[in-house]
Ligand binder design. Structure first.
Ligand code: 2AM
Ligand code: CA
Ligand code: CA
Ligand code: CA
Length: 266
């Protein structure tokens, strides 16, 4: 068991408060989702609304109030350089598309990095009032109670989640889904990378793969999976924190089989 640095402990505690407040703010918007104007970014399926921007602005203000020199990277407001060892990634609403269609599978996600390495992750689902959190070496929790991956159920007895959002991923994802079904597995998708990873950590899904995500989508959830006894690839693995890349996480007993299938059609 590793000791957490005092600086990390302080930030982790602050993050738990901030993410719950941010979740309440997001939920207030969600309760009138059908009144929000849907704006597009890179294409018709890449959507955003005032809710995403307001929630990110709130989170940024709250972090700055406590840790003014830390670096911040958020999906909607970009990156500010750090003048400390710490950087935070912020996804104010992960699952914006499902949020704007009135589905409840979205969340707020925050990761804390020290010298470029994730040391704490938080995923808050306001609709379920579930706060998933983990700090490196200290296990994963849901609302303060320890959680663990499902390390018993075999590949053909549980759910594998596959995400994708780009037309050019169709061949690769088609091959993967074919492989999952051919092996007797079941594929799922809820529209939020961060919430999916939290649900892998809590034992609801056996694994998750998505070919192209950003750090704010998945660093928090990957750390929570690892601390819950799952196997998660190192998303950054030496790359820049602004780079996108594949995210992969799995319960130990399905890791090799699921990993091999994700390499099909690439
Ligand atoms: P978002 O809701 O914060 O944008 C689901 O497949 C995951 O992909 C979510 O984490 C979602 O994050 C992200 N996502 C959804 N549509 C996307 C798009 N068009 N481009 C990039 N990422 C997207
Ligand atoms: Ca988005
Ligand atoms: Ca996201
Ligand atoms: Ca988002």
């Amino acid at each position: 068991d590793q000791d957490i640095e005092p600086g990390t402990t302080a930030r982790f505690a602050t993050a738990k408060r901030i993410i719950r407040q941010a979740g309440v703010m997001a939920k207030d918007y969600f309760d009138r989702y059908d009144e929000l104007e849907i704006e597009t970014k890179s294409g018709r399926q890449d959507v955003v609304s005032v809710a995403d921007r307001d929630v990110e602005d709130f989170i940024r203000r709250e972090i700055i109030a406590s840790f003014p020199l830390d670096g911040l990277i958020g999906e909607e407001r970009g990156a500010d350089a750090t003048e400390t060892d710490y950087t935070w990634t912020i996804d104010p609403i992960d699952g914006t598309a499902v949020f704007l269609h009135g589905l409840k599978s979205w969340c707020v996600a925050i990761a804390i990095l020290k010298e470029g390495v994730p040391v704490a992750g938080l995923v808050y689902d306001p609709c379920a009032d579930d706060l998933f959190s983990a700090a490196t070496g200290h296990g994963a929790e849901r609302n303060g109670r320890p959680i663990a991956v499902d390390s018993q159920t075999p590949f053909d007895g549980g759910f594998l989640v596959v995400g994708a959002s780009k037309p050019e991923q169709s061949h690769h994802i088609g091959q993967l889904i074919e492989g999952i079904l051919a092996a007797g597995g079941i594929f799922m998708r809820n529209g939020s990378a961060a919430l999916t990873l939290a649900h892998v950590a809590a034992g609801h899904y056996l694994g998750y793969y998505e070919p192209r995500l950003s750090s704010w989508d998945c660093l928090a959830g990957l750390l929570i999976v690892r601390e819950a006894g799952g196997l998660a690839d190192d998303f950054l693995s030496g790359r820049d924190i602004m780079a996108s890349g594949p995210a992969f996480a799995a319960a130990p007993q399905v890791h090799d089989q699921f990993k091999a299938l994700t390499l099909r059609g690439t």
